[in-house]
Write a protein that binds this ligand. Structure first.
Ligand SMILES: Nc1ncnc2c1ncn2[C@@H]1O[C@H](COP(=O)(O)OP(=O)(O)OP(=O)(O)O)[C@@H](O)[C@H]1O
Ligand SMILES: [Mg+2]
Length: 315
């Protein structure tokens, strides 16, 4: 590195992590006393998922963002088990909980989504300072997922700027206004899906030629790498005027949770190893496909991932 620092691995930023709490309540009834037969709690949030995928692949990784202290423990355990450096800013209150009530007898699913912690201005400033400090020793800073309700909408834009000034490459994967403002801060890489791209450009995007034109426009706006993920179809990857299009292998679909995060992690795993655009695109596509074959944000065993890598078509 030209600044003489040794940079290693990735920092991921999750402004709004979640705790997914699923309870199985046979014959669930509104306005009655209901009994839970089974429950499971999964920690979530896009940056947390990306960090877990990177750590599983042996990439040195740290995490930050906002963590409500009242529910921090399962996150702390998860990070400790995976050797992920935890620099989350602790904030007062709870983490955003997504409660899912599954009635397997009656066949209904009820979702109750909590808003998450309230933020103070000091929390936002502390996160910006944390990103600035940690970005100095990382190769990439990844900013992923939605913002908490009262966070400033330009939070990711501000963090992209802080990370870039600290000399790190930046990847932004969010949507809506946070993405639009984030793009103005010129991250190294963005990974919208088709819907997010359409919203970002505020015009219809249908088919490969529209996507290629969109990618060129985003390059002109200062984004070096543009990944447009297209679900089961694969993705379009643009860098330096070069475009690689991939076709995802067809896989048994179990759950799409974490597909986008696995594909972003796949791209970075290959890039950190010095991969070309095509190699990065193939890893991204294979790992996204691998993620949909499992429940939750997990990958199947490495042999299966390697098999999917061989099945991806790139042109
Ligand atoms: N049904 C599928 N079959 C095969 N591969 C898939 C499927 N869904 C997703 N993928 C793979 O995962 C990648 C990312 O998926 P997708 O485009 O759905 O991301 P996303 O919309 O950002 O998802 P997320 O909800 O995780 O943010 C795709 O480019 C593709 O490689
Ligand atoms: Mg996504």
């Amino acid at each position: 590195m030209s600044d003489g620092l040794e940079r290693r691995g990735v920092l991921t930023v999750t402004a709004n992590p979640a705790l997914d709490h699923t309870v199985i309540v046979p014959h669930f009834r509104e306005g009655a006393v209901n009994r839970v037969r089974e429950e499971r709690r999964d920690i979530g949030g896009k940056g947390v998922n990306v960090a877990a995928f990177l750590a599983d692949a042996g990439v040195p990784v740290g995490v930050t963002g906002f963590l409500g202290i009242e529910d921090a423990m399962p996150f702390e355990r998860f990070f400790a088990e995976r050797n992920i450096a935890d620099d989350f800013v602790r904030v007062a209150g709870t983490i955003r909980v997504n409660l899912k009530i599954v009635d397997d007898a009656g066949g209904s699913v009820t979702d109750i989504n909590f808003p998450g912690p309230r933020l103070e201005t000091a929390d936002v400033d502390l996160l910006a300072a944390t990103v600035e400090r940690l970005a100095r020793s990382r190769e990439w800073v990844v900013l992923s997922g939605s913002l908490p309700p009262d966070a400033p909408t330009d939070l990711y834009a501000r963090l992209v700027t802080a990370a870039r000034e600290a000399g790190a490459e930046t990847a932004l994967d969010t949507s809506g206004e946070a993405l639009r403002l984030g793009v103005e801060a010129r991250p190294t890489l963005i990974k919208p899906n088709i819907d997010e791209l359409r919203e970002l450009l505020d015009r219809p995007v249908v088919g490969g030629s529209h996507v290629a034109r969109a990618v060129a426009e985003l390059h002109r706006r200062g984004i070096g790498v543009v990944i447009v993920s297209m679900g089961a179809e694969g993705g379009i990857f643009g860098e330096d005027g070069k475009i690689v299009q991939t076709r995802s292998p067809s896989v048994p679909l179990v759950s799409t949770v974490g597909a986008g995060d696995a594909s972003l992690a796949g791209f970075l795993i290959a890039r950190l190893a010095g991969g070309t655009l095509e190699e990065c695109a193939v890893q991204a596509t294979a790992r996204g496909a691998a993620a949909v074959t499992t429940v939750g944000p997990h990958l199947p065993p490495p042999e299966r991932v390697a098999e999917l890598v061989r099945l991806v078509e790139a042109s």
